[in-house]
Ligand binder design. Structure first.
Ligand code: 76R
Length: 248
């Protein structure tokens, strides 16, 4: 039986995607809209305080296409805190004008494929920081869930550890070419959600997202073993730009 790789798990993660009901939003009164906007900005400000105190992180993006308008990615030390945030948003005025279209529950995950013998990567300050990351507020973001294939001869979970390590090493080499251009947050979701991982990529230049994902398709680990869910792409939505985004 192939050996499971050990994972290192960090902050819990909620991806929350909503569409905005623009018709209802336009029909609201100015004061209702103003109240909804201020309340949402206050919520984001509260999250900023938590981020400053290093007790979590968040990212807010506006999504292109019909799949969603608003993207919230929230990291917190416990799932209880994530649930509280979800509830708080759902009870807010703005939420009355939104409908959930997708959500994803997971935990920031690093694996020990690359760990050196006799070393515990969990002790490393850089690993600790990556398990509790400050999410980038870079211009662009893309998010998608994925699985590793389990079909006939292409069964990731039947591969010996050394083969998987080699493939992951090659994967890392491709990824590292994009150092400084793309930041990736991998979260694990086995037992939590419908796919096995979520991939969230941040970039200054949106084309780097396409180039990285395209190049990885040719890595054996993606070409043979990766299956993907829906892709979402968006532009950063900073607190100060919320009023103009929602202005009608
Ligand atoms: O943690 C590390 O940086 C070591 C190398 C590494 C691991 C272990 C790494 C590097 N990844 C790892 C694990 Mn990744 N990653 C993806 C996708 O679209 C696709 O084809 C796949 C989606 C992208 C774009 C990406 C980017 N990675 C994983 C895992 C868990 C697998 C398991 O445990 O079986 C998945 C599902 C996954 C998927 N990866 C990198 C990147 C990038 C950009 C890097 C380089 C990071 C850097 O060194 O700065």
């Amino acid at each position: 039986m192939p050996e499971a790789v050990e994972t290192m798990d960090g902050w819990y993660c909620l991806h929350d995607l909503r569409t905005i009901n623009w018709t209802a939003w336009k029909q609201a009164t100015d004061s209702e809209r103003q109240a909804a906007i201020s309340e949402f900005q206050d919520l984001v400000e509260k999250w900023e305080g938590v981020e400053e105190a290093r007790n979590g992180s968040h990212s807010v993006y506006s999504i292109l296409g019909h799949k969603a308008d608003l993207f919230l990615m929230i990291l917190r030390p416990t799932m209880k805190e994530l649930a509280e945030i979800e509830l708080e948003f759902n009870k807010s005025k703005l939420a009355e004008f939104t409908a959930p279209t997708y959500s994803y529950v997971s935990v920031v995950e690093l694996s020990k494929y690359m760990a050196k013998e006799g070393e515990n990567p969990e002790e490393s300050p850089s690993v600790k920081a990556r398990l509790k990351p400050r999410l980038p507020k870079w211009e662009h973001m893309c998010f998608y869930p994925m699985d590793k294939r389990r079909e006939g001869n292409d069964n990731w979970y039947m591969l010996p550890m050394d083969d998987r390590r080699k493939l992951m090493y090659e994967h890392g080499l491709t990824g590292r070419k994009y150092a400084g251009k793309v930041r990736q947050i991998i979260t694990g979701s086995m037992g939590f959600d419908d796919w096995e991982w979520s991939v969230t990529l941040f970039a200054h230049d949106v084309l780097d997202l396409k180039k990285l994902v395209y190049e990885m398709r040719f890595d054996e680990v993606s070409a043979r073993y990766a299956e993907f869910g829906a892709f979402y792409v968006g532009n950063v939505l900073l607190k100060d730009n919320i009023p103009s985004f929602l202005h009608v």
